[in-house]
Design a protein around this ligand. Structure first.
Ligand SMILES: *[C@@H]1O[C@H](CO)[C@@H](O)[C@H](O)[C@H]1NC(C)=O
Ligand SMILES: *[C@@H]1O[C@H](CO)[C@@H](O)[C@H](O)[C@H]1NC(C)=O
Ligand SMILES: *[C@@H]1O[C@H](CO)[C@@H](O)[C@H](O)[C@H]1NC(C)=O
Ligand SMILES: *[C@@H]1O[C@H](CO)[C@@H](O)[C@H](O)[C@H]1NC(C)=O
Length: 955
């Protein structure tokens, strides 16, 4: 029945409206759609296609995309064909592929491309034409290829290039690099095979280079014969000079701008290095002497004599002891980095001459206590992390009132000592993570009023006292994740009135006492993931835990590890009126109370994935109007119909993968008008006409990317199990669109003429003719089964339901004993509505039409009249009983052609005129129902009334 009806309906529809489609919707006949094989388009402009075994550049990336990540694939050759559309590209990442050839002109349309990354590929030569077209390119990375040659015109188009990384290739000289790139500022040529640096190979005129990295080459000679580096500030020669280097700089002013020099791991002799330093010393500020092996002390002394030197790195030099005179020439140092040595001892007065020292890094050494040497210095940043310090003494930081940043993390501290902090009045950042601390010993109850960041994660804290952090009224960020906290007591966070971020992830919290978070008025992010929080039921609780957190923006409460069944109390989120992100993923929740989100109208992103919800209450999401992202995968959902009840007009991102629905209804998708990303990965689908609309939409819609759609699989019908959904042929489900395109164009001409004519004179004949056809089809199908299930089908408008249920129904069913058919009660759910109507009319002896102004306007009611009056015509049986609920003036009836025709031939009952004699009205109705079917034309003279307006309606 459905398909028989649907075919002519669609034919009719397409024929008459085909022309409109052709005019207004150029994509009517499907072109390439928006399903990408294995790429994810995010934010509408970024295509993430990494790790996908692509062997060629994918062809289906939409032209609007500006960023493409194709890293970690197996592309070997690039040419312009697949890139021809992508003229909006700004950034293209091709690292870790197998590219050995880039054809000439590959990038000719990428005139806006700014960043191109081809690291870790197999290029051997840079050839002419390879980069042609990249006129706006500013950054080009080509590290880890096998490049040994650069053709003279390779970089011809790259006049805007500022950054070029040619590291880890096989270049033997510097020719052709700066030929066409006059604005290059950063040049990395680390780890090539360059043995001589001759400035004339690079350029004969001054360049704009700021950073030059020649590290890890084996330079035997460095000859700078012209002032080509007036802007150079950073020169990296790490492990780049051989012993016996010839260092020739014609004029010491040539390198006079260099302020940062790295000569770490250089194997040249002391004399040679002094020569290098000598040409740079006037401007040198930052010197790296890491991994030097020998001559270290001499180099320190030599370079510290340079009064401009302010930062010195001497990492990885195997230093065990810092003697009292090791640094005594370094009076101008601001930063000293002694990290990654083997220091166990530092002489008490080692830093005494370093008046200017502010930053001291002794990270990753073997100190067992805080060195005395730091006392009475003016340092503001001290990094003692990753040593062996196994306890703190009261005087360890005595007089260090200038200290602002202190790293003590990754030491076996065990406990804190509350006298340690007394002079740290200006401390802002204190790092204490990974230090086996089990007791805070009131350290944070009285000092450190300026502390802003405190990291205590991955320690052994099991208990926090009342007011444990009460001195820290400027603290903004507190990390307590990975401890052993079990209970959060009332007042634990008392005093933390500036706290915006609190992380309690991965503790053992089972319970949040009333008032725990009451003081955290400024809190924005609260992380309670991976704890053991338990609630027994959905009943409202007396003290909703977050009631005072009206500024909270993000609440993470996923993955509670508990053995019990967990429930979310219905008022759990009470008070969170500014909450925008909520994560309650992986909680084994079996249901959610419909009122769960009643207090959180500003939610923007919700993750409910990984629960056992199966069903979502219809009105669960109705309080949330601004939701943009919904994650609801892995919850065994059987249908997406809940989306119809939510007002998700702003929803952009929907993740509903790994659920158990298999049919996606058109209405559901159409209700999500802003959707641009849909993830249904891991579902399986019914591969028949039920999903025909969805399938077509996946392929043709331009707005929403359906992630991984090419891999969707069928689970039904059984013979298609395991097949790919997108390969299913659903042409038999719909009228062939090419044919429609053809037909509609042909029809258009006729229709344009016909419509103009028909609209004026024959509007209703047309519609009527259609229903005539429907009824005819129905009739021929049901000719033989004519047992009447009901005495009368009552056709009425929803606005008149009061009268029907309050007056008509009790009278006719209860008093007079008729069996009535009412749509809200007796229609079969799920059946197409037209079919229900036809069944109801033919399944009833009579049809009572309750006529009112609303009724006449309602589309369905007028169809009911049409079908019923066709039956009258078709079966020569008068089945219609018209009951007028209100007086309807003749002029108002005039558009209702059918009604006028009926009224002309028939009589009717008027309720509005029955006030005086309601009993008479009901009796007339009884008689009308009682009469057997009369041949057409034998009018029932039932009424004493005149027409609705007092005159007989005439045509
Ligand atoms: C190149 O960059 C400039 C500024 O960075 C921009 O104005 C111009 O539109 C870009 N050209 C192209 C072809 O995108
Ligand atoms: C610089 O001049 C020398 C000698 O005239 C020449 O051999 C060299 O090719 C020139 N270098 C560049 C980069 O033009
Ligand atoms: C830099 O070193 C050279 C050679 O050692 C020396 O002659 C010169 O005076 C030094 N310049 C400065 C500013 O230290
Ligand atoms: C702190 O400084 C004061 C005065 O400068 C000095 O008397 C005191 O001994 C110092 N304390 C320590 C522990 O060094």
């Amino acid at each position: 029945m459905e398909t028989i009806i649907a075919m002519p309906l669609r034919g009719f529809f397409f024929c008459s409206f085909g022309i409109l489609y052709l005019f207004f919707n150029s994509s009517f006949c499907p072109t390439t759609g928006y399903v990408l094989k294995n790429c994810l388009v995010t934010l509408n402009t970024q295509a993430i296609c990494q790790k996908n075994s692509f062997k060629v550049f994918p062809k289906d990336i939409p032209a609007r995309v500006t960023i493409i990540d194709l890293s970690q694939n197996r592309i070997s050759i690039l040419n312009k064909t697949p890139l021809a559309n992508l003229s909006n590209l700004l950034r293209l990442d091709l690292r870790h592929n197998l590219i050995s050839k880039i054809e000439s002109g590959t990038f000719v349309v990428q005139m806006s491309l700014e960043v191109l990354i081809i690291n870790n590929n197999m290029l051997c030569k840079l050839e002419e034409g390879m980069f042609d077209g990249l006129v706006n390119l500013t950054e080009l990375s080509l590290t880890f290829n096998n490049i040994d040659t650069i053709a003279p015109a390779s970089f011809k188009s790259l006049s805007k290039l500022r950054f070029l990384d040619l590291g880890h290739n096989k270049l033997r000289n510097l020719g052709n690099i700066l030929h066409h790139t006059p604005h290059l500022q950063t040049l990395y040529i680390t780890a090539n095979h360059i043995s001589t640096f001759h400035s004339w190979e690079l350029s004969n005129k001054s360049t704009e280079l700021v950073t030059l990295d020649l590290s890890k080459n084996e330079l035997m000679a460095f000859r700078l014969t012209a002032d080509i580096f007036p802007n150079l500030t950073s020169l990296n020669l790490e492990d780049g000079l051989k012993n016996g280097i010839v260092w020739e700089v014609n004029d010491t002013s040539y390198l006079s701008g260099v302020s940062k020099l790295d000569i770490s791991a250089v194997r040249s002799s002391l004399h040679e290095l002094q020569e290098v330093l000598g040409t740079i010393n006037s401007s040198l500020r930052y010197l790296k002497l890491n991994h030097m092996n020998n001559n270290l002390q001499d180099l320190i002394d030599f370079s510290c004599k340079n009064p401009s030197l302010s930062s010195l790195e001497i990492r990885n030099n195997g230093i065990k002891v810092i003697g009292s005179d090791m640094l005594n020439l370094c009076t101008n140092l601001y930063l000293l980095d002694l990290g990654e040595n083997e220091i166990t001892k530092i002489s008490d007065n080692s830093f005494q001459s370093l008046w200017q020292l502010k930053v001291l890094i002794i990270k990753s050494n073997q100190l067992t206590s805080v060195p005395y040497a730091i006392r009475n210095t003016g340092i503001s940043t001290l990094d003692l992390s990753s040593n062996n310090i196994n306890g703190l003494d009261c005087d360890d930081f005595a007089n260090m009132t200038y200290l602002i940043i202190l790293h003590l993390n990754n030491n076996p501290l065990l406990a804190l000592n509350n006298c340690v902090s007394k002079d740290l009045v200006n401390l802002k950042i204190l790092m204490l993570q990974n230090s086996r601390i089990s007791h805070l010993n009131s350290t944070f109850k009285k000092d450190m009023p300026n502390l802003e960041v405190l990291t205590l994660f991955n320690n052994q804290l099991a208990v926090l006292d009342y007011g444990e952090f009460k001195a820290l009224d400027n603290l903004q960020n507190l990390s307590l994740q990975g401890n052993k906290l079990e209970q959060l007591k009332n007042g634990t966070f008392f005093g933390l009135s500036s706290l915006t971020y609190l992380n309690l992830e991965s503790n053992e919290i089972t319970e949040i006492a009333n008032g725990t978070f009451g003081d955290l008025k400024a809190l924005k992010t609260l992380n309670l993931m991976s704890n053991h929080i338990i609630y027994e039921s959905e009943e409202p609780i007396d003290y909703p835990p977050f009631a005072e957190l009206s500024n909270l923006d993000t609440l993470l409460i996923s993955s509670q590890r508990r053995h019990h069944r967990f429930n979310l109390p219905q008022n759990f989120l009470k008070g969170l009126k500014n909450l925008s992100v909520l994560n309650i993923k992986g909680n084994k929740l079996t249901s959610l109370h419909p009122l769960t989100f009643i207090d959180t109208p500003n939610l923007n992103k919700i993750d409910l994935s990984g629960n056992y919800l199966t069903d979502i209450p219809d009105n669960l999401f109705s309080p949330i109007q601004k939701l943009k992202s919904l994650y609801i995968s892995h919850i065994n959902l059987r249908s997406l119909d809940f989306l119809l009840h939510a007002n998700f007009s702003e929803l952009e991102f929907l993740q509903v993968g790994n659920n158990s629905f298999s049919v996606i209804r058109e209405q559901v998708i159409l209700s999500l008008s802003a959707l641009n990303y849909l993830n249904m990965q891991g579902n399986s689908f019914t591969c028949n006409c039920d999903n025909a609309w969805f399938l077509k939409w996946v392929i043709t819609n331009k707005q929403t990317q359906v992630f991984d759609a090419y891999n969707f699989e069928c689970n039904y019908p059984p013979d298609l199990k395991g097949k790919k959904l997108l390969q299913i042929d659903v042409h038999s489900c719909t009228v062939d669109t090419d044919f429609i395109c053809y037909i509609s164009t042909a029809c258009a001409v006729i229709m344009t003429i016909a419509v103009a004519f028909t609209h004026h004179f024959l509007q209703w004949h047309l519609v009527y003719g259609y229903y005539l056809m429907l009824a005819f089809l129905y009739n021929s199908k049901h000719k033989n089964k004519r047992a009447h299930q009901y005495d009368a089908f009552v056709s009425y408008n929803a606005n008149d339901e009061g009268w029907v249920l309050g007056e008509l129904l009790p009278k006719l069913e209860d008093e007079q004993g008729w069996r009535l058919c009412l749509h809200h009660r007796d229609f079969q759910p799920g059946k197409p509505i037209m079919e229900n109507i036809t069944d109801a009319i033919y399944g009833s002896r009579k049809t009572i039409c309750v006529v009112s102004a609303d009724y006449l306007e309602s589309e369905w009611c007028s169809r009911e009249i049409q079908v019923a009056s066709f039956r009258l015509f078709d079966e020569q049986k008068d089945v219609l009983i018209l009951v007028f609920l209100e007086d309807i003036p003749m002029q108002q009836l005039s558009p209702y052609y059918r009604m006028r025709r009926l009224l002309k031939r028939k009589t009717y009952l008027s309720w509005s005129r029955a006030d005086a004699h309601p009993d008479l009205f009901w009796e007339k109705l009884r008689q009308a129902l009682d009469t057997q079917e009369h041949p057409m034309g034998e009018h029932l003279r039932l009424t004493v009334e005149d027409g609705p307006t007092g005159e007989r309606p005439d045509q």
